[in-house]
Design a protein around this ligand. Structure first.
Ligand code: TYD
Length: 197
């Protein structure tokens, strides 16, 4: 499927700063009266709350069930959040998308490429650009330790190292790689330069 103009995805390891950045980019666009909106996956709908239970360790899911649940939530995210906003001509900034499922759910049973294909086979549209915040797992973990939030299941050096490697296998050609160590101001500038508005 073709890339959708105006649809931008933020990807990176936990602790890479993409959530803060997507909001800061949104603020900048809104301050210039550019219609834009920011969403995140997992969503805040029922399908996303179910995934949060898995992420916090409250429930266990087989690799197959994990993929199914993230795809299910993505369907909801597209139908309820992303597609309606794009049809209202808003720029959509999305914190995590199918590249996260490919990177995070890959392992012994499914490769990152296979998982990406499952998403594409479902007809999920590709974004205009992917902003990938590059960070070393050690640095990501150090940042997460400084945060006052509960720990998710992937927040270990071994998991983040595996996830980073998997990202490298599937990030699309239209990925903009950014050094997560740059200041937020510099990153906001680099990102907005790539968004025509
Ligand atoms: P994150 O963006 O870190 O959200 P928050 O800051 O609210 O915790 O995402 C939550 C976790 O979900 C993160 O560890 C990555 C994981 N995740 C997957 O494993 N697969 C997916 O497809 C998505 C979208 C997220």
């Amino acid at each position: 499927m073709a890339q959708i103009p105006g649809f931008y995805v933020f990807e990176g390891l936990d602790g890479s700063g993409k959530s803060t950045l997507s909001v800061r980019v949104l603020d900048l666009l809104n301050s210039k009266h550019v219609p834009a909106i920011c969403f995140a996956e997992p969503t805040r709908y029922e399908s996303g709350l179910y995934l949060r239970k898995f992420l916090s360790g409250e429930i266990e899911l087989s690799p197959e069930k994990q993929i199914e649940a993230f795809l299910e939530d993505r369907e909801v995210s597209l139908q309820r959040n992303i597609l309606p906003s794009l049809s209202q001509k808003k720029i959509v900034l999305l914190d995590r998308y199918m590249y996260s499922t490919a990177a995070y759910q890959s392992g012994e049973f499914f490769s990152a490429k296979e998982i990406l294909k499952k998403n594409l086979d479902r007809g999920f549209p590709e974004p205009e650009k992917v902003f990938y915040l590059e960070i070393e797992p050690e640095e990501a973990l150090a940042r997460l330790k400084g945060r006052d939030t509960t720990k998710d299941r992937f927040e270990t050096i071994s998991a983040l190292t595996k996830i980073k490697k998997a990202y490298e296998e599937i990030l699309p050609e239209n990925t903009v790689r950014l050094d997560a160590k740059l200041s937020t101001e510099e990153l906001v500038k680099l990102i907005t330069e790539k968004i025509p508005y």
